[in-house]
Design a protein around this ligand. Structure first.
Ligand SMILES: Cc1cc2nc3c(=O)[nH]c(=O)nc-3n(C[C@H](O)[C@H](O)[C@H](O)COP(=O)(O)O)c2cc1C
Length: 388
């Protein structure tokens, strides 16, 4: 095994080991994938300010996200079908996150259920809620997350309707994969993945199957989404869900200052500036580009987190120095999981942690609280002069 020195190394192994339909599922954006591409290329436009002769001893990457101690400001984002990237993937990712001291967020569309993950971990994790037409089912999900001792509800707001990812249609994405000649031919080359999958019973949507009566085909993600996701979700409903939950709420998928102000009004504990990793509105600007205007609008009143495009510790530092109070990785941990299971998620976290820590040091900083715009060189036209 060659040395794994960066997230791209894990991505290459992920691609080799995981069936094409699940690699493609992770590695796509919607339609032209412009937003997906710019999420990463916009980070590259921001440069770092090198400082020297600063005592760099006693550095710490530890901080808090929504009042919880974290060893670095990097949570694992909710990712649907994680348990198809590697057998029992949610349990493995949650365990890696717990050992590393960073939050794990379980997707509604996970393979391992809320209860599976709770019984395999010791610390509370966060639960991501998609709102469905079936209100009783949503209420039951909230109850289940409470019973599992989840310490935050992450409500995703940018997926009332599913953005089209061409590859998923072409590949006929299902969980578990439907056995067609093309999938059988591809699965035959992924023996390691297959052997591990045969050893678990968890191969369907764990939070859904057995918990709702009216599912026509739970294995077909897009059909089920189109059927079940609530197109009528609005701020009034969000406020009601928040009330029902009664605990900490993080609103995910905010990409506009006006929506950030609405999030503030419903009393969010944190917001995640996110475009769903470029998987929803193709043509939207990257999260890192939208961050400054959102911070200007609400940054002193609510904790502002960011995801979409983070592939390195340098990216984490750029987001934090811009003013975010925490970040999330989606694909970066999925590459690790697909490559090497739990050890791969740990490796992804180690890589990002080392990059973040070293970058802090070379920027002349020892504490997260001291990071700021003074660490960055941002092109004058970075935010762009866009006319509404
Ligand atoms: C394969 C995949 C599945 C995802 N599933 C969900 C999901 O079920 N719920 C959700 O809120 N976000 C989901 N997301 C979005 C992530 O939570 C996160 O916003 C995104 O991955 C961040 O971008 P990054 O992958 O560039 O880090 C998914 C992202 C990917 C790549």
């Amino acid at each position: 095994m060659p040395a794994i020195t960066n997230i791209d190394d894990l991505k290459r192994i992920h691609r080799r080991r995981v069936p094409k339909m699940f690699y493609d599922y992770a590695e796509s954006g919607s339609w032209t994938e412009q937003t997906f591409r710019e999420n990463t290329s916009d980070f590259d436009q921001i440069r770092l300010r090198q400082r020297v002769a600063v005592d760099m001893s006693g550095r710490s990457t530890a901080t808090k996200m929504i009042g919880e101690d974290v060893s670095m400001p990097v949570a694992l984002a909710p990712v649907g079908l994680t348990g198809m990237q590697h057998a029992d993937g949610e349990i493995k990712a949650a365990r890696a996150a717990e050992a590393f001291g960073v939050p794990f967020t379980l997707s509604t569309m996970s393979i391992n259920s809320i209860e599976d993950v709770a019984s395999a971990t010791h610390k509370p994790f966060w639960f991501q809620l998609y709102t469905m037409r079936d209100e009783d089912y949503v209420n039951r999900l909230i109850e289940r997350a409470r019973a599992a001792n989840c310490s935050a509800l992450v409500i995703t707001l940018d997926l009332q309707i599913l953005g089209q990812r061409h590859k998923d249609i072409k590949n006929g994405l299902t969980a578990p994969p439907k056995l067609t000649p093309a999938t059988i031919a591809n699965l035959a080359t992924k023996w390691r993945w297959g052997i591990e999958m045969l050893q678990t019973k968890n191969r369907g949507f764990g939070n859904i199957v057995g918990h709702v009566d009216n599912i026509s085909d739970a294995s077909d993600l897009s059909a089920w989404t189109a059927e079940q996701f609530d197109p009528t979700l609005d701020w009034g409903k969000i406020a009601k869900i928040k009330e029902k939950w009664g605990g900490k709420v993080i609103l995910k998928g905010i990409l506009d200052a006006e929506d950030a102000k609405m999030a503030l009004q419903v009393g969010a504990d944190a917001i995640i500036v996110s475009n769903h990793g470029g998987r929803q509105l193709d043509g939207a600007l990257s999260s890192i580009r939208m961050l400054p205007s959102i911070l200007d609008a609400v940054g002193d009143q609510v904790e502002v987190h960011l995801d979409s495009g983070i592939r390195s510790g340098q990216d984490v530092l750029k987001a934090m120095a811009m003013g975010a109070k925490g970040t999330y990785i989606g694909r970066a941990f999925i590459y690790g999981l697909g490559a090497m299971g739990q050890a791969g998620v740990t490796r992804a976290l180690e890589v990002i942690h080392k990059e973040f820590d070293t970058t802090m040091a070379l920027c002349g900083e020892t504490q997260i609280g001291n990071l700021g715009r003074h660490n960055l060189l941002v092109p004058k036209d970075f935010e762009g002069d866009w006319q509404g």
